[in-house]
Write a protein that binds this ligand. Sequence first.
Ligand SMILES: NC(=O)C1=CN([C@@H]2O[C@H](COP(=O)(O)OP(=O)(O)OC[C@H]3O[C@@H](n4cnc5c(N)ncnc54)[C@H](O)[C@@H]3O)[C@@H](O)[C@H]2O)C=CC1
Ligand SMILES: C[C@H](O)[C@@H]1OC(=O)[C@H](O)[C@@H]1O
Length: 254
Amino acid sequence: MRLLEGKTVLVTGGSTGIGRAAAIGAAQHGANVAINYASSDDKAASCIAEIEALGQKGLAVKGDVALPETASDFVAQAVDAFGRVDVMVSNAGICPFHAFLDMPAETFERTQRVNMHGAYYMCQAAARQMVAQGDGGAIVAVSSISALVGGEYQTHYTPTKAGVHSLMQSAAIALGRHGIRCNSVLPGTILTEINKDDLADADKRRYMESRTPLGRLGQPEDLIGPIVFLASDMAAYVTGAALLVDGGMFVNLQ
Ligand SMILES: NC(=O)C1=CN([C@@H]2O[C@H](COP(=O)(O)OP(=O)(O)OC[C@H]3O[C@@H](n4cnc5c(N)ncnc54)[C@H](O)[C@@H]3O)[C@@H](O)[C@H]2O)C=CC1
Ligand SMILES: C[C@H](O)[C@@H]1OC(=O)[C@H](O)[C@@H]1O
C-alpha cells in the first residue's frame, strides 16, 4: 500500500542518513519530494536521481537551516515545483561531540541554531503554507532518544532534541485547528555520518549494541516506516505524539 500517493513531502537535511531514507521512503510511497541540503551537490543529486528512478518528481534546494530565509525559500521553491506542501520532515541536525566544561561557545551556539532554530523556522514556514492551502498537513520532526536521556559529550545537543520534541507538542496545539498534525520520531543509535567517528571506537559501539534489546544498532531505513506512517492519513488522529525508534534501548535499564 502506498501511503503518500500524490502528496508533496519536504525533507530537511535530505541528502544523507535518516533524511535521505525518509525522502526515498516517501517517494516509494508515491510522494513527490523536495530535499533541503547543506553542502554536497553530488549527494543531493544522487538522492534526487533515486527519487526520479522511482517515478516520482524530486527537487534539491541548497541552504543552511539555521537561517530563517532558508526555510521560506525552501517552501517557496517546493510550491513553485509541485504546487503545494503536504508534509514537512524536519530532520537536519548536527552533533559535534564535545566535553561540557570546555565547550566552545561557538559549538554550543551553532548546535542550537542548526538543530533548534532550524527546526522552528522550517516547521513554521511549512505550517504557514499548509494554513494558506486550507486542507491540513503533517509535520514530522526528527528528535531523538536524547530528548529523554543525557549524554556526557552531548550537553549542547540533547537540549536541542528535547526542544524539538517540545516544539512538536506545542505546534500540535497551535495547528490542530488547521488540521495540521505535528509529531516527532525519537531514534536511538542509528548508523550514519553523524556518529561515524564516535562509533569507530569498537568498545563504544559494542556497548551501544549491548544496550539494545533487538541486538543491533539502527539503519537509516529503520526510520522510513515510522516517518511515513506519521506523515500519512493512517495517522489521521495522531498529533503531539513522540515515537521511539530505538530497538528498545530506552527501556533497557537492567
Ligand atoms: N544517527 C543517530 O543515531 C541519530 C540521529 N538523530 C537525528 O537525526 C537527524 C539526521 O541525522 P543523521 O541522519 O543521523 O546524520 P547525517 O549527518 O547523515 O544527517 C544530518 C543531515 O543534516 C544536514 N545538515 C547539517 N547541518 C545543516 C544545516 N545547517 N543546514 C541544512 N542541513 C544541514 C547534513 O548535511 C546531513 O545531511 C539529526 O537531526 C540527528 O540529530 C536522532 C537520533 C539518533
Ligand atoms: C549522534 C549520536 O550518536 C546519536 O544522536 C542521538 O540523538 C542519539 O541519541 C545518539 O546519541
